[in-house]
Design a protein around this ligand. Structure first.
Ligand SMILES: [Zn+2]
Length: 99
């Protein structure tokens, strides 16, 4: 078993694609937020390519994809109720006491 350190240098052990669980979830979060892409992270050497020659594990990738989807679908703060339309567009009807 080769235990390699997380590529970010956080001191944790790498678990997924060269990142520890924490950094990987952060990376996934950033990718989901469109702040970066897996490709960019790979290019920067902050994550290992998903396909490592013969050790391509489709299940791992599918699992990651599913988890990422699940994260996206999780209820977030921005699910808050939409602002109530203010009744500021009340019809300006003729005021009886005005001419
Ligand atoms: Zn880490």
């Amino acid at each position: 078993m080769s235990e390699m350190a997380c590529l970010t240098g956080c001191g944790e052990k790498a678990k997924t694609r060269g990142l520890c669980a924490c950094c990987y979830s952060t990376a996934r979060c950033r990718v989901n937020s469109k702040l970066t892409t897996w490709k960019e992270l790979e290019a920067l050497g902050l994550i290992l390519p998903s396909t490592r020659g013969a050790t391509n594990k489709p299940l791992d990738e599918a699992l990651e994809a599913k988890r990422a989807k699940k994260d996206e679908a999780s209820p977030a703060e921005d699910q808050a109720a939409p602002e109530q339309p203010e009744a500021e567009e009340a019809p300006v009807t003729a005021v009886p006491w005005e001419r």
